[in-house]
Design a protein around this ligand. Structure first.
Ligand code: AMP
Ligand code: MN
Length: 238
């Protein structure tokens, strides 16, 4: 048994229990045998409109990761060597090409990662620390530029930065389809929780988008089943 206090060994997960399944930052740091990962949601307001008539409202940055999943910028931090926030800033300089200062005030919550997480094992539980930082639109655009030019992880750990579409178009395009993609760990819950907490999307709009997401999911399953036949066909041709 490693150094986690007893209370940390319950199967708490932020993804399903945002309000109750959390650890305080201090409790999390007291767990000497745990691994720690820090990630941040960076966002700004924007007056811009898509196609001149759909308000974009806010820019929220996520990334397409090396593993094909959507997530937030950040990574593993060793609290024995650096503070959580300094470690997150170091990760951001690698992934975004900008050493954005992150402070304790930007911290939102700390949670045990879902048990299915690759780094999660009984002997070294992963704790994920989530941060949110509001920026000016020009700063966010600067980050997007640096992420494809100076960031050392571009094309390796990070395949590309993406903005979250917060609008819903007449035929349903936008937030619903975005939320139907695959996300790492608790990233989808962290996004949805932040949208509600920061009042970036109204609860009823979000409910509608998630309902659409679920429909897209069943459609995607059918689509995937159909494409499963293609590799088999190719093998037969060889
Ligand atoms: P990274 O270096 O960014 O892949 O993150 C370090 C660890 O945190 C990896 O084991 C990831 O699987 C995990 N991870 C990344 N993002 C999240 C997230 N949003 N929620 C839970 N775990 C995450
Ligand atoms: Mn990362």
């Amino acid at each position: 048994m490693t150094g986690c206090p007893k209370s940390l060994h319950t199967d708490q997960q932020c993804s399903t229990q945002m309000a109750s399944g959390q650890l305080s930052r201090a409790e999390a740091l007291a767990c000497s045998g745990c691994l720690h990962a820090c990630h941040v949601l960076l966002y700004s307001d924007t007056p811009r409109q898509l196609f001149g008539n759909i308000p974009i409202r806010h820019i929220i940055l996520m990334q397409m990761r090396f593993d094909g999943l959507l997530g937030f910028p950040g990574g593993l931090v060793n609290p024995a060597e650096e503070t959580l926030e300094a470690g997150l800033t170091r990760e951001l300089s690698e992934e975004l090409g900008v050493a954005l200062p992150i402070s304790v005030e930007d911290h939102v919550n700390s949670c045990h990662a879902p048990a299915s997480s690759p780094s999660s094992s009984p002997s070294s539980r992963l704790i994920t620390h989530f941060y949110v930082k509001k920026m000016e639109e020009e700063q966010i655009i600067e980050v997007e530029r640096a992420a494809t030019s100076t960031a050392t992880d571009h094309g390796h750990e990070v395949l590309g930065m993406v903005r979250v579409p917060l609008y819903t178009m007449k035929r349903g395009g936008g937030l619903g389809p975005f939320l139907s993609h695959s996300f790492i760990g608790s990233a989808r819950s962290q996004l949805i929780d932040s949208l509600l907490r920061l009042n970036l999307v109204a609860p009823e709009e979000l409910h509608e988008a998630l309902t659409r997401s679920l429909k897209i999911h069943s459609h995607t399953a059918e689509d995937l089943k159909a494409t499963l036949a293609l590799p088999a066909l190719k093998r037969k041709q060889l």
